[in-house]
Design a protein around this ligand. Structure first.
Ligand SMILES: NCc1[nH]cc(CCC(=O)O)c1CC(=O)O
Ligand SMILES: [Mg+2]
Length: 320
């Protein structure tokens, strides 16, 4: 069966298409594009540049852009309140994208880390411990402001307990009955997020801090199922596992157990490793990237958040 291309195609079990891809983008207050040094090929975008990327995504058939904000460092506070400002960077970005491309799916991130002076995803007490319930109140405000700006999908990435239920209830009460929620349900306390933290500018704020008291222990697997079950019960439409390739077993177990829309995030560090090896001539970038994306499909993912999204959509087009 492996002898010829036709029979290899005939017995192929899984396929990757542009429909499976979500493209994460960084939107900054500055002008133009500013490269992220640890993520070659990824730039922080002004809203004007974001619109060009939105057009490319539509043209390539990538269904959704996922927006992350990069505020001015001077605008950060301990409570991260610019995260829910009506004229905040993400709120303006959502409005601009939806006005220009109503048919493009727009997803946005809910967490406070780019907006706080301490770089944690929520509010903290004097000892630095994250305050679950106070954080949820802030996340609800952030969520409502994104929904009001026109976000199609909210994606709380903070890992507080109970935030999906609170956000869902607030959306319903405010009449946002079409806003979808993709929960970062099994988000691990991973060192693979390093380049992302540089991109949004939370690395410097976080310093030697860590997120062990709210993100999951990489040693755990049953706990991921517990977390997914809670988020689905609280009203999540979609659940996510993060990071990606080192956690394929979790993707597989979540899909097998719940059979619900399941997503995986190929995170910044995974992207950086492939890019760095490719730049050294050690790996074939396109082949390795496409193999990794296919592996997510094989494990059971319904979609993938990846910084390769636009490139992958182009590569898929070339091979068709
Ligand atoms: N709310 C924070 C957030 N949202 C997405 C990522 C990581 C994404 C990536 O590494 O590509 C992180 C980093 C973190 O939890 O510190
Ligand atoms: Mg949870």
């Amino acid at each position: 069966m492996r002898h010829d291309e036709f029979s290899r195609r005939l017995m192929r079990e899984h396929v990757l298409t542009a429909n499976d891809l979500i493209y994460p983008v960084f939107v900054h207050e500055g002008q133009g594009r500013v490269p992220v040094a640890s993520m070659p090929g990824v730039d922080r975008l002004s809203i004007e540049e974001l619109l060009k990327v939105g057009e490319q995504a539509l043209e390539l058939g990538v269904p959704v852009l996922d927006l992350f904000g990069v505020p001015e460092a001077s605008a950060k506070t301990a409570d991260g309140r610019i995260a829910w400002a009506e004229d905040g960077i993400i709120q303006r970005a959502i409005r601009a994208l939806k006005a220009r491309f109503p048919e493009l799916g727009v997803m946005s991130d809910q967490a406070l880390d780019p907006y706080t002076t301490h770089g944690q995803d929520g509010l903290i007490d004097e000892s630095g411990y994250i305050l679950n319930d106070e954080t949820i109140e802030a996340l609800v405000k952030q969520s409502l402001s994104h929904a009001a700006a026109g976000a199609d999908i909210l994606s709380p990435s903070d890992m507080m307990d109970g935030r999906i239920g609170a956000i869902r209830a607030a959306l319903e009460a405010a009449g946002f009955i079409h806003t979808r929620i993709m929960a970062y349900s099994a988000k691990y306390a991973s060192a693979f997020y390093g380049p992302f933290r540089s991109a949004v500018g939370s690395a410097a704020s976080l310093g030697k801090g860590n997120k062990y008291s709210y993100q999951m222990d990489p040693a755990n697997s049953d706990e991921a199922l517990h977390e997914v079950g809670l988020d689905l019960a609280e009203g999540a439409d979609m659940v996510m596992v993060k990071p990606g390739l080192p956690y394929l077993d979790i993707v597989y177990r979540v899909k097998q157990q719940f059979r619900r829309p399941t997503y995986v995030y190929q995170v910044s560090g995974e992207y950086a490793m492939i890019k760095a090896a490719a730049q050294n001539g050690w790996l074939d970038e396109r082949a390795v990237a496409m193999e990794s994306l296919l592996a997510f499909k094989r494990a059971g993912a319904d979609g993938i958040l990846t910084y390769f999204a636009l490139d992958a959509a182009r590569w898929l087009r070339e091979t068709r």
